[in-house]
Design a protein around this ligand. Structure first.
Ligand code: FES
Ligand code: FE2
Length: 396
């Protein structure tokens, strides 16, 4: 079973150029072995976004986030540095803190070991002092583990890879591509967290094709004005699609200055592999964190940010709810219905993959990225075989 699951022949139809290719088989969305291999070859190798620095603006501010089954703490320490720590107590493994808030230190609820905001173990309180008889016990060796952490325009990234590539190298050409938007000026304002009964790829694939919009989101579109998504040529670290018209291109708040005509009059959906989606419009940036919690379970965090100058406007809070958050939550409820539906199909054991439409350009990229990692790179990379039809679309 396992050898068949990881045999290259099984995926030959997904390896073909888009116009000839089929979607991935259902097992890629339900198999625990496949999922474990994705964690090993993708998620434990790469930099993963855990939020933005302005979610912890002041010393002592913290929040917790589960990442690949590991409870993490994101905390700003007294020196202003943002640390990402394992929340697992170094005594007997209790989870030290949950939720979010502001504190001076973290105290484990089990035996009160007390940690500084940078993870250092500062006290093991008790009377009589409980650790006095423990030979050679060294507090300095028992701090909460800090993960390799790095930052880009306010985004916080961590990695489980003990020898990672520098973050900036891993971002490829994306920082230059987004430079005009000055993401460092964006301020976090709102978050929605969803627990979805589907594989992480089911949601990601849905997020990067417009084919389902006239059906699933028909309430929100004008059939007389079809969307016209174009796909960007990228370096392969990220993928992007662009449209001048979209159900998520909102107005009502000021647009950024310094954008190109294209940036000002449309929006991008960007996938920074493997687990960050950035939806950037001329007035806002939404970022979406994909946190897989099992082969058929996804925690999805939707975060809104706006330029600091917009957030300060007197009309900001009354405008943003109706025009941005509420409108979008209606759309996402529709995706929340279809994604577990698709997952049931994947789980059924009787799904035979169909064919992609050319709208599913990024979906095909997602499949081939996963296959490259899980099985090893294809003999003939799909990037070299861009379909002529896609070239026309990207140009058009
Ligand atoms: S497990 Fe945390 S103090 Fe004992
Ligand atoms: Fe959708």
């Amino acid at each position: 079973m396992t050898s068949e699951l990881f045999s290259a022949e099984k995926y030959a139809a997904s390896r073909r150029p888009l116009a000839e290719a089929s979607p991935l088989p259902g097992s890629c969305y339900v198999s625990p072995e496949w999922y474990e291999r994705e964690l090993e070859t993708i998620f434990r190798k790469e930099w993963l976004c855990v939020g933005r620095v302005d979610q912890v603006p002041n010393p002592g501010d913290f929040y917790t986030i589960p990442l690949l089954g590991q409870p993490l703490i994101v905390a700003r320490d007294q020196n202003g540095k943002v640390n990402v720590l394992s929340a697992i107590c170094r005594h007997r493994g209790a989870v030290v803190v949950e939720g979010e808030g502001r504190c001076r230190q973290f105290m484990c609820p089990y035996h009160n070991w007390t940690y500084a905001l940078d993870g250092a173990l500062i006290n093991t309180p008790g009377n009589p002092p409980p650790m006095d008889g423990s030979k050679g016990f060294d507090r300095a060796q028992h701090g909460l583990k800090a993960l390799p952490t790095d930052f880009w325009t306010g985004f916080i990234f961590v990695t489980f890879n003990p020898s990672p590539k520098p973050l900036m190298e891993s971002l490829g050409t994306l920082p230059a591509f987004l430079a005009n938007y000055r993401l460092e000026n964006m301020q976090f304002t709102h978050r929605d967290v969803y627990e979805v009964e589907c594989n992480w790829k089911v949601w990601l694939e849905n997020a990067f094709e417009n084919y389902h919009v006239p059906t699933i989101h028909r309430k929100h579109i004008d059939p007389a004005k079809p969307q016209n998504w174009q796909f960007e040529e990228t370096d392969g670290v990220w993928e992007a699609m662009y449209s001048r018209r979209s159900i998520v291109a909102y107005t009502g708040l000021p647009t950024l200055t310094g954008l190109t005509e294209k940036e000002e009059n449309g929006l991008y959906h960007i996938w920074l592999k493997p687990s960050l989606q950035i939806i950037i419009t001329s007035s806002s940036m939404k970022y979406r964190q994909y946190l897989p919690e099992g082969p058929e379970k996804l925690r999805l965090i939707e975060n809104w940010t706006f330029p600091g100058t917009t957030v300060e406007l007197p009309q900001f809070s009354e405008t943003v709810g109706a025009a941005y958050y509420h409108k979008y939550s209606e759309i996402i409820r529709e995706d929340l219905r279809i994604s577990p539906n698709v997952q049931r199909g994947m789980r059924s054991g009787v799904y035979t993959p169909g064919r992609y439409s050319l709208e599913e350009f990024v979906v095909h990229r997602i499949a081939n990225y996963v296959l490259d990692r899980v099985l090893g790179p294809a003999q003939a990379p799909v990037r070299a075989a861009r379909d002529p039809a896609q070239k026309a679309r990207a140009a058009g």
